[in-house]
Design a protein around this ligand. Structure first.
Ligand code: NIG
Ligand code: FE
Length: 424
């Protein structure tokens, strides 16, 4: 007998049907009032009105959503999930007035986490990441992108990638792997970024390609990402690294315009990157380029929030330019240790000045597009993976309105009920 389940009596079933939402389309939740969704073998079979679905499928096992909101699981399309330790001491330094880039220039920041992470075994890497994944899931994230980037040497970066692949196999969350060997200039090359860039291009990326071919030939290739920023990689260096990755067949991402406008977003568009992320200092010309492309603009509001900054991604401008906006946590041990997409939604409403409906679309179907999986996840539509969450409320607007707690009461991962919270 095929394993089926009918989730019924949702006050609002947010289907997010119809694919990624660009420009003014953003915020189309595809709401079915008093909705139901039929799941079979981990996939969505049908959505509809509860009374009709109960009549049509009278004998299926049922799950009563009890007049609460049902929606697709959140997709977190930008995380630095894999790291060892924490940098609470740097948080204190920032509170005392040092800036993130000052700390980085003095050999701290990413380099501190590199020191702690570089020599960790795959088991150690997985052990520290697991509780974060469990907490993400408990807050409704069912797929997350996960980056390497705290090795900055060939072997260590591949170990981090292997940890991501193995954690993905464990099945708690689906992880979408990203190789970020160009996360910062490795400490050994601090004064010679050009040489380190050449190492990334001539050793890291060909090594990655070889390793992937030997070990994971039949799987979709990981993303390759880079931190394009003053004090990290210049625009020219970013172009070289990303073009090399593209030539090797890797899909691309970029960290752009977090602190300076170097033109990374336009570079992403030019190279056909799947996403450009951060985008705080992005110029109007770069925004226009994004708006005319399929490169998803990923805003990371926990990062300026975590830094106590007052400038955020110009989301409204991106929407006006017809861009595809997604939101993500940027979970990392530096500015943004955030495992909760509900909080990202709350921040987005206030600091990106978008509506709750827009933030939900940005955290589901558009976030799925930002990891190249809009055909598999991010909406409740026929054939999609049955990653479904239930809130503790009957009105989706409470998601952005209330904040700081957990409004997810149930999580279905590939059709299996894996989380039941009390919610608040
Ligand atoms: O996306 N900006 C670069 N990388 C991370 C921060 C990583 C860290 O500080 O450890 C980011 O914000
Ligand atoms: Fe990041």
């Amino acid at each position: 007998m095929e394993k089926r389940m009918l989730i019924h009596s949702a006050s609002q079933l947010l289907t997010l049907a119809g694919g990624p939402q660009r420009g003014s389309q953003l915020g189309n939740l595809g709401i079915i009032e008093n909705g139901a969704v039929l799941i079979q073998e981990g996939k969505i079979i049908q959505t509809g009105i509860t009374s009709e679905m109960l009549a049509k499928y009278p004998d299926e096992p049922r799950f009563d959503a009890r007049q609460r909101v049902v929606l697709p699981g959140f997709v977190d399309p930008h995380t630095h999930l894999i790291f060892i330790g924490n940098r609470a001491f740097e948080f204190e330094m920032r509170l005392e007035g040092k800036s993130y880039m000052e700390i980085m220039a003095a050999g701290g920041g990413i380099a501190n986490t590199v020191r702690a992470t570089r020599n960790a075994s795959i088991e150690e890497l997985k052990k520290e990441a697991r509780p974060r994944m469990v907490n993400m899931l408990a807050h409704g994230t069912t797929t997350a992108e996960a980056k390497t980037g705290y090795g900055l040497e060939a072997e260590s970066e591949l170990r981090q990638l292997q940890a991501i692949l193995e954690l993905n196999q464990e099945g708690v969350l689906d992880l979408v792997p990203t190789y970020l060997g160009a996360h910062a200039i490795a400490p050994e090359y601090k004064d010679d970024p050009e040489t380190f860039t050449q190492i990334v291009v001539n050793q890291f990326l060909p090594g990655l390609e070889h390793w992937w071919h030997i070990n994971n030939k039949n799987q979709a290739k990981p993303f390759v990402d880079i931190f394009c920023e003053t004090g990290a990689f210049s625009l020219a260096q970013s172009r070289l690294v990303l073009q090399t990755a593209k030539d090797l067949g890797f899909p691309l991402k970029i960290h752009a315009d977090e602190f300076d406008n170097l033109g990374g977003a336009s570079l992403a568009v030019e190279l056909g990157a799947v996403s450009a992320d951060h985008l705080v200092k992005t110029s109007q010309a770069d925004i226009n380029a994004l708006g005319q492309s399929n490169t998803v603009a990923v805003a990371l509001p926990p990062t300026p929030f975590g830094l106590g900054h007052h400038e955020y991604t110009p989301a409204k401008e991106i929407i006006k330019a017809n861009g595809i906006l997604a939101i993500a946590s940027d979970l990392n041990p530096g500015p943004a240790w955030c495992e909760n997409m509900q909080f990202v939604i709350a921040l987005s409403c206030r600091y990106l000045n978008i509506t709750v409906a827009q933030a939900i679309a940005a955290a589901t179907i558009n976030a799925a597009a930002a990891v190249g999986r809009a055909d598999q996840i991010g909406s409740l539509e026929y054939g999609k993976q049955a990653d479904v969450i239930i809130l503790s409320t009957d009105d989706y607007r409470n998601l952005g309105y209330k904040f700081g707690g957990n409004q997810v009461t149930a999580v279905f991962k590939r059709g299996n009920l894996v989380v039941q919270n009390n919610g608040n």
